[in-house]
Design a protein around this ligand. Structure first.
Ligand SMILES: *Cc1c(COP(=O)(O)O)cnc(C)c1O
Length: 421
């Protein structure tokens, strides 16, 4: 099946007389008639559900769907995008290990790696993703266990050179993890460029309607864990009666370990109801992404030509420094998020937002509604103008997530609000 068909049919195949829509298995537990059957489930010698933290039929269907969309061997749904990144990293790294990450990533991930994981004893080196290969080489250490970047960074809107970083990581025999949230598998499939693991915040375009927080980890099955760098994959896991992940699960070693060890212990799982909503969103993903891209292209062109706009940051614009990478990795479009700066600083930015009529002010992106955020008066309001600039944000900067309304209505609303700014 092609991706459009997989979005609808993958993961769940109803038999005769069963519901066409994915049923919600609203149950924590699953019934068995013999201890022998339950023992096989616990031994992982037979697949089946026994407790929803480790697996649930509704969640499983969505995991299978996203694994197919990304071209992976398996997936694990999590309670949020943050939980996906945390779970993926903890399946690989322990105290004393080290991560090389692009500095151009989501703020929540930047904090997770730079603050919380450091408190756990896992160190990180942030790198400029445009640095020379010699510079990037210097970031690696003997204890480096993975490399991390974001296909289209939120909110910097830089495009990650997946192929280049995959080669760099593989030369050191470590996996590349790519956060593919903004691109979704409709616009980019990182495994085709050498990434080993993909994480998602399904909260964004995969759900697409702003109804359900969630995350997903997908395993390409391609990474070789047997180099000696990853003994936890090749030696018995005493906490799971001697399972040896690579020996027992082959290509699915990573995603099984993430589930039976890290999800078992941390418990940040998706619910059946939550998975149902994510699935409902994914069914229309290709249609929505197509329109998000086309609408955003029109809006970006309008903003770029407006005399009151200082600059527009959208990798789809020919003027963008990211344009060449966007053409390579995102030929179908670069999703719906744009940032731009109004002349007139903080006050102009705030007046513009307060003058909008249809477009809503939300701390969210990547859903059906066009929405805006003015970092200088909200998420970054404690910072001085100088500190803002250090974060790559100007006082008049606005983050705009272009939704699925008629583009003339979106542009019309922007135009009248810019006039009042
Ligand atoms: C939102 C987001 C996250 C975090 O996801 P949550 O579902 O909010 O926990 C991670 N990465 C990217 C790129 C995001 O946009």
């Amino acid at each position: 099946m092609k991706l459009e068909s997989q979005c609808i049919h993958a993961g769940y195949e109803p038999k005769n007389g069963e519901p066409c829509a994915l049923p919600i298995a609203q149950s924590t537990t699953f019934r068995y008639t013999s201890t022998a059957e339950v023992a096989k489930l616990f031994d992982l010698t037979e697949a089946g559900f026994f407790y929803t933290r480790l697996g649930n039929p509704t969640v499983d269907a969505v995991e299978r769907k996203v694994a197919e969309l990304e071209g992976g061997v398996g997936a694990l749904a999590t309670s949020s995008g943050q939980a996906a990144t945390l779970t993926a990293i903890l399946a690989i790294c322990k105290a004393g290990d080290h991560i090389v990450a692009s500095s151009s990533i989501y703020g929540g991930t930047f904090n997770l790696l730079g603050v919380t994981l450091r408190r756990f004893g896992i160190d990180v080196t942030f790198v400029d993703q445009n640095a020379s290969s010699e510079e990037l080489e210097k970031a690696f250490r003997p204890g480096t266990k993975c490399v991390f970047g974001e296909t289209i960074a939120n909110p910097a809107l830089t495009v990650f050179d997946i192929e280049r970083f995959a080669k760099l990581a593989h030369a050191r025999k470590v996996p590349l993890i790519v956060d593919n949230t903004f691109a979704t598998p409709y616009l980019c499939r990182p495994f085709e460029w050498g990434a080993d693991i993909v994480v998602h915040s399904t909260t964004k375009y995969l759900d697409g309607h702003a109804v359900q927080v969630g995350g997903m980890i997908v395993d390409s099955g391609n990474f070789d864990w047997t180099s000696g760098n990853f003994p936890e994959f090749t030696e018995p896991d005493d906490s799971y009666h001697g399972t040896v992940y690579v020996r027992d699960f082959g290509k699915a070693a990573f995603i099984v370990k993430a589930r039976v060890q890290i999800m078992r212990d941390l418990g940040c799982c998706q619910t059946a109801q939550g998975a149902f909503y994510v699935n409902l969103g994914i069914q229309t993903l290709p249609v929505r992404m197509e329109r998000h891209c086309r609408n955003a292209e029109k809006v970006a062109a309008f903003l770029e030509s407006h005399p009151k706009i200082e600059f527009v940051n959208y990798p789809g614009l020919a003027s963008s420094p990211e344009h060449a990478l966007a053409q390579k990795y995102l030929p179908k479009g670069v999703a719906g998020v744009i940032s731009f700066s109004l002349k007139g600083g903080r006050e102009a930015g705030a007046r513009f937002i307060d003058s909008l009529k249809m477009i809503t002010l939300e701390v969210h992106v990547a859903d059906i509604r066009t929405c805006v955020l003015h970092p200088a008066s909200s998420t970054h309001r404690q910072l001085t103008d100088e500190q803002l600039v250090d974060c790559g944000i100007t006082p008049g900067m606005v983050r705009l997530s272009v939704g699925l309304e008629d583009p003339d209505d979106i542009i019309g609303d922007l135009e009248q609000a810019i006039a009042k700014a």
